[in-house]
Design a protein around this ligand. Structure first.
Ligand SMILES: *Cc1c(COP(=O)(O)O)cnc(C)c1O
Length: 397
């Protein structure tokens, strides 16, 4: 295998086509898919040297694999991270990143507006392991400070949040975490690695569900954890090898190819989302619009400091509650009803009855998830077709 690039000097769109590429002796142009569990050693002594770490070749695909490593290195170049581990899903990434660095007696502070499965990991999985968790309003910096205890080891948040697209000040929260001697882990799925760089803003670890924009074409699950080499060596390296949340080389190959077109898709999806947000904001049938790219977003000042794009997602509330929201969804023909996001196809979700149905009504109200709220993930279709589809749905709502 030979490496051909010096990825850090290149700009993101170039990195996403070239960074991390390793070519075999055949000189293949498209990155090779190494669908193999293991690797043969020339001699018993070569196997011994590799297990001792004296030779950095591959050992077993639960640890690492050439195709998976190419995906990790391309993500590292984009994010400016020292090392990475690719996981079987976004949740495997969140779980491993949180679990690997805490022990019984430790304490975690997290923002309340969380994906339901993240909340299960924090409260149930870590709770059973003897790790306490305090949930705070992520926008309230005083609340983060007040939640700190002597045993606080981790801060965790996602931003923009799902589904109401709240934006939390990553640099300010990182400062509070570091003053407390804790590390900040950020789930950066909604922003994509192109529109927000948590590590540059002071976060210590960033996690992705690669299932979303990185695949971007609705094919496979995947995730990735990125941090400094020191953090990965100290916390994740052994944990990952022995617990096995590893990404399949086949999925790594699909995601690697997905990265090549990520900037094109995200630019088109963001432009479509912005047009739709402005259009919906003018409708008398819409009572609330939440889009990070609009000047009327409640967190506009933070967004101007930390994001370089308005997001591919928007949320809005149709007047008339659940019944009107359902009529809106059912009248859509191009836009599909599903719970995924970040796809080339435009998607709509009614959070109160799907992704957030397990929350008590009061908890939903606290997060601003009303019965009329819809989350829209803009795809790459022709904007005129999307506008016509949305107009027909507004008429039906
Ligand atoms: C989808 C999602 C996840 C989980 O990712 P999977 O790949 O479905 O396991 C975690 N965090 C956020 C913000 C997500 O949108």
């Amino acid at each position: 295998m030979s490496k051909t690039q010096e990825p850090r000097r290149l700009r993101p769109a170039t990195q996403l086509v070239h960074a991390g590429t390793m070519r075999s002796g055949f000189g293949e142009m498209s990155e090779a898919l190494f669908l193999t569990q293991g690797f043969a050693y020339d001699t018993a002594a070569a196997a011994e040297a590799r297990f001792k770490g004296e030779d950095d070749g591959f050992i077993y695909s639960r640890y690492s694999n050439p195709t998976t490593r190419m995906f990790e290195e391309r993500m590292m170049a984009l994010e400016g991270a020292g090392d990475a581990r690719a996981t079987a899903s976004g949740m495997a990434a969140v779980w491993a990143a949180l679990q690997c660095s805490v022990k019984a007696g430790d304490h975690v502070v997290a923002a309340l507006a969380l994906f339901g499965s993240c909340r299960y990991i924090l409260e149930t999985v870590l709770g059973r392991a003897g790790v306490a968790c305090t949930l705070v309003n992520g926008r309230d910096l005083e609340a983060w400070r007040a939640a700190v205890r002597p045993e606080t080891k981790l801060f965790f948040m996602e931003s923009p949040t799902n589904p109401t697209l709240e934006v939390i000040d990553i640099a300010a929260v990182a400062e509070i975490a570091h003053a407390a001697g804790a590390k900040l882990v950020v789930d950066n799925v909604f922003a994509t690695p192109l529109q927000q760089k948590p590590l540059q803003l002071g976060a210590d670890v960033v996690v992705y569900s690669a299932t979303k924009h990185i695949d971007g074409q609705g094919r496979c699950l995947g995730g990735v954890i990125l941090s400094s080499k020191e953090w990965i060596d100290e916390n994740l390296h052994d944990f990952f090898r022995h617990t096995g949340p590893s990404l399949s080389p086949f999925n790594a190959w699909v995601l690697l190819k997905g990265l090549e077109t990520l900037p094109l898709r995200v630019a088109c999806q963001t432009a479509n989302a912005a047009r739709l947000a402005d259009h919906l904001a003018q409708s008398p049938k819409v009572s609330r619009i939440l889009y990070p790219g609009r000047a009327d977003h409640p967190d506009a000042a933070v967004i101007a400091r930390q994001m370089t794009g308005g997001s591919t997602l928007l949320a809005f509330e149709v007047k008339g509650g659940k019944a009107a929201a359902f009529r809106f969804c059912d009248a859509l023909q191009v836009v599909k009803i599903t719970n995924n996001l970040g796809d080339a196809k435009s998607l709509i979700t009614h959070p109160a009855t799907t992704t957030h149905k397990n929350l008590a009504p009061e908890a939903r109200a606290e997060l601003g998830i009303s019965d009329g709220l819809l989350r829209f993930s803009a795809g790459i279709e022709d904007i005129e077709d999307l506008m016509e589809d949305v107009d027909a749905a507004l008429a039906a709502a």
